[in-house]
Structures are given as structure tokens and as C-alpha cells.
Design a protein around this ligand. Structure first.
Ligand SMILES: *Cc1c(COP(=O)(O)O)cnc(C)c1O
Length: 433
């Protein structure tokens, strides 16, 4: 399998080079040259297939011969070695809980897969790779955890100071070793912009071998397809496929779901749910795509003003608005509605959402209300305990903190505070090596 750049000005590459490059030299995102088709019988039999076999089957065509079969199987096995349960919340709605991995958020799957692939590709080479990543919260923790102690890989994480939850911050600032946290005096868009500028900086790239671990990297993006197969595996009414609602920020997760669907996975419809950062819902309403400055919300992992994977979604639909709206809907909710929903779901169904899950719950509920007879799944992308500072005052109860998180909260934060300036990041990176 080859991947082409969406800017169409760079050569096609295989999975290995796409993973190492992150972004194509022309700054485009990589996209698979064709979409593998899964056999109908395989999908019909999915309830009897193990998660690692499903994951292997789904990812194998993309990886091609760049990783030996046995090694790839081992990598996917380690990637999905925690439960991903589908939990019924009410008659028509189920929650796909993606938060049972080591950092309690869905990004664990992508980060674990990518770190293992990159570790595999750089093994035995004398060139050290620096993974540079901007995070609005969860990416940092998942990447830090996934790459911790991987030989030959240094990780530099930029996060917006004061804008990530305390659990998130500890997850990315307490590991040490090859993991370095930069606390940026700005917002997530500043962090993302600084990372982009570093990748464009020729001087910097002459000195360092930089790569990204954001969801633009194919090795993080593609394995997110697994969730949707695991959801369908647990879906009882196989002949009535689910509506799937995805809380979205950079739109990598939902884009992976759309790819899974294009490969043959039955899904009735996708809904992209956002918070007040509603560039995509606005696009659906107006056909006009207008990126904005991100605003801070209580579902902070979705505070993105210019979602990087939107171009991939459009590519999946041949850049046609009419194709897009035939399969996807989109809506955004405010923090007030998110809080209201979190509380009412807890009271009515004894189910505790985190703020991101609550956004998705509400948008799905609204959709099902005007589409009677359909049933759906919302993705619960983070454990509520990650946002206990937000969740506890809403439900007026404490949230039990798992032991592992308890331990981490006690560790000392180690970060380097920097200004939101490209030159400052560059100096740091050059000084480091
Ligand atoms: C990253 C993240 C999202 C958004 O996912 P995208 O792939 O960026 O759309 C949603 N919820 C949580 C908890 C996240 O960490």
C-alpha cells in the first residue's frame, strides 16, 4: 500500500516512510491510495473473532510488507490489550468505553500502535528520532506513556499552560527519561502552530530528525478504526447498523470510523459532535469552512479551531459536500448543555459520562429524537476521573480515583515553561541535542 500527500506535490510512500515522515514534504497529510475491502463473511462473523485478530486484519493492508507479519501481530496485540466494552445506557443508546487503557483515554490505542511501529522502524539505526507533539490534554499523556523508554526516540510535548486537567498534566509531566514536557504560555492552537512551524524550519530539520505523533500521523490515525469494528462486534442487532456519534476535536477519530465504514463496516450514519468550537457544524450548515481561534471549554480535548483531519474526511468523500452529508451529520453543544446532560444522564441512567462523552451523548440523543426507530452508540473517549475537577461539582459527589492515577497525582510535575514563540521552541530543540 502506498500513501499519497493530499497536497499532491510529494512522492508516494509506503507505511514506514509515512510513519517516519508524519507529514509529507509538501506539508500535506498522507492518505491511502486505495481503501481495502473486507469480506462480507468476515464482517458477518465478527462476533466470533478476537480483538487482536480483528485489529490485525484491519491494519495489515495498510502496513503491507514494512513490518514482518509476526511482529505486526505482536504490535497489535499489545495495542489492544485492554477491554473496550459497549455498555447499554438506555433503550436506544450505548456507550463505547474507550477509556480503559493506561492513560484512561482513547488516544492510548493510536499512541501505543505508533510508538511500537516507530520503535520497530528505527531499531538498529544510529539516527535518533525526536517526536514533537502538541496536545490539548490527552494526546500528551497517551504519547508519553506509549513512547516511554522506547529506545532511539526522544519525545517533546507542548501543552497549553493552565488549560489541561490536573490528571492530564501529571500524565505528561511526571515520566521523565526520554519524555520532555514544554508548558506553553498560550492556547492549544499556539502549540499546534509552533509544532507546524518547527516541521517547516529547514535549519532545524538539518540538525534533527523530527516527526509528529499528532493524529495526522498515519500510524496514529489508522488504528483508531479498530474501535468501530469492536463496537459492531458487540452490537446485537447486526441487521440494523448503529448511528455512531463521535466527540470530535481534530476529527481524526471520526475520520478513522469513516474509513472503517468505507472498508465495509456497516454503520447507519456518523455524527460529529463538537463543543462551542463548531467550525465543522458551521460548515455543514453553510457549506463555508471558516477556521477560528479555539475557545476554552470543559471538554478541552476538543478545543480545536482548525481541525487537522478535516481535509482527510473531505478526501474520503471526493471533496464533495453532497457526498459528505449523505453519510455524516454534525452538531455542537455549549458547556451549559454539556453540564446539564452529564447530570441528567447520571441521575436518570446512573451512568457517569466525562465532559466529552456528555457532548456526544447529547448530540446523539437529539438526533435520535427526530429519527425514531434508529439506535446509536456514542463514544466515551475519556474516563470521568480524568476530569474530576469538572465532574464532581456537577454531580455533587466525589469520583473514585483509581489507584494508578492516585499514585501519579503524588508525583512531582517536571515541565519547562516557554513563551508561545517559534524561536523559543527552536532554541530549546537545538539546545537539547
Ligand atoms: C482527542 C480527544 C477527542 C477528540 O478526538 P479527535 O480525534 O481529535 O477528533 C475527544 N475526546 C477526548 C477525551 C480526546 O482526548
Amino acid at each position: 500500500m502506498q500513501f499519497y500527500s493530499l497536497n499532491k506535490k510529494s512522492p508516494n510512500v509506503n507505511f514506514k516512510d509515512a510513519t517516519i515522515n508524519g507529514q509529507a514534504p509538501d506539508k500535506g497529510l498522507y492518505f491511502p491510495e486505495r481503501i481495502p475491502q473486507l469480506k462480507k463473511e468476515w464482517i458477518a462473523n465478527i462476533a466470533n473473532i478476537s480483538n487482536e485478530d480483528i485489529a490485525y486484519e484491519v491494519i495489515k493492508p495498510y502496513v503491507g510488507d514494512t513490518i514482518k507479519a509476526d511482529d505486526l501481530y505482536q504490535i497489535v496485540k499489545e495495542t489492544v490489550n485492554f477491554p473496550i466494552p459497549l455498555v447499554q445506557v438506555n433503550e436506544n443508546m450505548s456507550s463505547l468505553e474507550l477509556y480503559h487503557g493506561p492513560t484512561l483515554a482513547f488516544k492510548d490505542v493510536g499512541a501505543r500502535f505508533m510508538s511500537r511501529c516507530l520503535g520497530y522502524f528505527v531499531k538498529g539505526s544510529d539516527k535518533k528520532v525526536t517526536v514533537l507533539v502538541a496536545t490539548s490534554g490527552d494526546t500528551g499523556g497517551a504519547v508519553a506513556n506509549g513512547f516511554y523508554d522506547v529506545e532511539g526516540v526522544e519525545v517533546v510535548i507542548l501543552y497549553p499552560s493552565g488549560k489541561v486537567s490536573s490528571v492530564q498534566e501529571k500524565q505528561l509531566t511526571t515520566l521523565g527519561k526520554n519524555i520532555h514536557a514544554l508548558e506553553v504560555q498560550g492556547n492549544f492552537d499556539d502549540c499546534q502552530q509552533m509544532v507546524k512551524a518547527a516541521f517547516l524550519d529547514e535549519d532545524l530539520n538539518q540538525h534533527l530528525f523530527l516527526t509528529s505523533a499528532n493524529s495526522i500521523n498515519v500510524a496514529r490515525w489508522l488504528p483508531q478504526q479498530f474501535y468501530y469494528f469492536f463496537a459492531y462486534k458487540q452490537w446485537r442487532e447486526k441487521d440494523q447498523p448503529p448511528v455512531i456519534c463521535v466527540p470530535s476535536g481534530n476529527f481524526g477519530n471520526i475520520c478513522a470510523g469513516l474509513l472503517a465504514n468505507a472498508s465495509g463496516l456497516p454503520v447507519e450514519r456518523f455524527i460529529a459532535a463538537t463543543n462551542a468550537n463548531d467550525v465543522v457544524p458551521q460548515y455543514f450548515a453553510t457549506q463555508h469552512y471558516a477556521p477560528k481561534q479555539a475557545v476554552a471549554t470543559i471538554s478541552n480535548a476538543m478545543d480545536v479551531g482548525n481541525p487537522s483531519n478535516f481535509v482527510r474526511i473531505m478526501e474520503l468523500f471526493q471533496q464533495q459536500y453532497s457526498n459528505l452529508i449523505a453519510k455524516v451529520s454534525s452538531a455542537g453543544v455549549t458547556d451549559v448543555v454539556t453540564k446539564e446532560t452529564l447530570l441528567s444522564v447520571f441521575k436518570k441512567y446512573q451512568y457517569l459520562c466525562d465532559p466529552h462523552g456528555a457532548v456526544a451523548f447529547r448530540v446523539l440523543e437529539d438526533y435520535l429524537e427526530i429519527h425514531p426507530g434508529q439506535k446509536g452508540i456514542f463514544l466515551e473517549t475519556a474516563h470521568p476521573v480524568k476530569f474530576y475537577d469538572i465532574v464532581e461539582p456537577i454531580i455533587e459527589q466525589s469520583v473514585a480515583i483509581p489507584d494508578a492515577v492516585q499514585q501519579q497525582l503524588k508525583l512531582e510535575k517536571k515541565s519547562t515553561v516557554i513563551k508561545a514563540e517559534n524561536e523559543v521552541l527552536k532554541a530549546y530543540l537545538l539546545g537539547k541535542n
